[in-house]
Design a protein around this ligand. Structure first.
Ligand code: FAD
Length: 427
């Protein structure tokens, strides 16, 4: 029996562990945090437990569904309304009619915008999108005015200045996912959520894995993964453990630091992968802000968007309260990561009150900040040619992480699909 260490107990590491145990190996998952789940983990907010970062599923998320089916968990599907905040006002953009009424674009601009969405939705040649900067592609299809007025604020809010280096594959993948949310039901997006949040999935998955013999060790930070034959894993506690094989699922720059015995060229390639991080506030409120699940921000704001989760999730799941996420996507070295929660609270609540002037401090039940420096690798020009392979120069050490998702957005469905695919290459 071959022993495997899986470094990282996020959805990727856990799905890999499931594949490996079913192939008949010995598997240990080593997770630094005190609970599994990584970006999908839950936390306590107010009297309730919900995801630290907002999560929805789509009807077309077959990989996620396959895991949920095994665990006996069903999603709840709900129609989502969408809004946009521009020129100091909120407008609905849920339906095509709403969009046609939107005052910030002319009729011609809207027509070109519609064509842009259709081009993105029906194109299958994602590799050709990889060759063009996203700015050039959007300007070509939507026109300069719509780019400046509509797309640029959205790109900046989602990617910061990194939008300049991002290829059109990013917008292609985003349109594909949002179109999939819409296509089954026509004019309006539908999303699913998991009653109990992802914490429920993670608890059930942890039990399912343990029943099959996977050992999950939490609160165990891996300091280095060395050796050129069998793999020596040094832990934060000072202990060294030896495995036949290891699979590292953490982000490229972290993997570069951990895998000490790989040649410099391999470590540098991992370290050089450009990432985007996120600082995301969860705000538990006594009242609803708007009918929208997502409010896109065209006007400047201290965060990227307003995600009013309780417009999808039944407030009964949230102790009768309303849950709003305020994410800000930033580069991993952004000073916002070092700002304290109180400073972020002041800045974000001022920004939220500017959009919703009736909001008062008394409405706020809880405000918590989650931070993740490495969320997704930025799809730069010709990104698929720079994607790190699963194999490393140590035949017993493998790298599987979300930077290997090349023609999709970052989501659990892609993550689980990647783990299933990789499982065939790491044994
Ligand atoms: C703001 C936001 C919104 C999202 N929205 C959605 C959505 O709506 N729908 C959807 O499907 N997906 C969504 N996602 C994406 C989803 O969360 C990810 O696809 C998935 O959780 C990634 O899992 P992972 O295992 O690849 O990475 P991670 O979850 O990052 O797991 C990596 C793990 O490695 C651990 N680790 C790091 N260093 C070490 C070390 N030295 N030793 C041991 N362990 C270590 C970390 O603690 C972590 O648990 C969202 C993500 C974010 C951030």
């Amino acid at each position: 029996m071959t022993s495997y260490a899986v470094v990282g107990g996020g959805m990727l590491g856990l799905t890999l562990a499931l594949n490996l145990i079913e192939q008949g190996h010995d598997v240990e998952v080593l997770e630094a945090a005190d609970r599994i789940g990584g970006l999908a983990a839950g936390w306590n907010i107010g009297d309730t437990t919900w995801d630290r970062f907002y999560h929805v599923t789509l009807e077309s998320d077959n990989n996620t569904k396959a895991i949920l089916d095994r665990l006996g968990i069903e999603t709840v599907s709900a129609a989502a309304q969408t809004g946009v905040y521009a020129r100091g006002q909120l407008f609905p953009i849920t339906t095509n009619t709403d969009f046609l009424r939107l005052p910030i674009l002319s009729l011609v601009d809207k027509f070109r915008f519609g064509l842009t969405i259709l081009r993105g939705a029906y194109a299958r040649d994602w590799k050709s999108f990889e060759q063009i900067p996203v700015e050039a592609w959007l300007t070509r299809w939507s026109g300069k005015r719509t780019f400046d007025r509509f797309w640029l604020p959205l790109l900046r809010s989602k990617l910061g200045d990194a939008y300049r280096d991002t290829s059109a594959a990013f917008i292609w993948a985003t349109i594909q996912r949002l179109y999939a949310a819409r296509s089954d039901q026509g004019n309006q997006e539908r999303f699913g959520y998991i009653p109990g949040g992802y914490a429920r999935v993670l608890e059930a998955l942890s039990d399912y894995l343990a029943d099959r013999g996977v050992v999950i060790r939490t609160g165990v930070r891996v300091e280095s993964v060395g050796g050129m034959g069998m793999v020596d894993i040094k832990l934060g506690s000072g202990e060294t453990r030896v495995y036949d094989r290891a699979v590292v699922t953490v982000a490229g720059p972290i993997a570069s630091r951990l895998c000490v015995d790989l040649p410099d060229s391999e470590k540098q390639a991992l370290a050089a992968l450009p990432y985007l991080g996120v600082v995301c506030a969860s705000v538990l409120l006594k009242r609803q802000l708007s009918p929208y699940y997502v409010t896109n921000l065209v006007d400047p704001a201290p965060f990227t968007g307003v995600i009013e989760m309780s417009n999808l999730v039944d407030p009964a799941e949230l102790g009768g309260h309303r849950l709003v996420y305020l994410p800000k996507y930033v580069s991993p070295d952004d000073p916002l990561f070092d700002a304290d929660d109180d400073a972020i609270r002041r800045e974000f609540m001022d920004g939220l009150s500017a959009i919703h002037p009736l909001l008062s401090g008394e409405d706020v039940v809880a405000f918590q900040v989650a931070r993740a420096r490495y969320v997704m690798a930025i799809p730069t020009i010709s990104y698929s040619e720079r994607v790190p392979p699963f194999a490393t120069s140590n035949p017993n050490l493998f790298l599987v992480n979300s930077a290997q998702i090349v023609n999709g957005t970052l989501n659990v469905n892609e993550t689980v699909g990647l783990a299933n695919r990789a499982a065939g290459h790491i044994t």
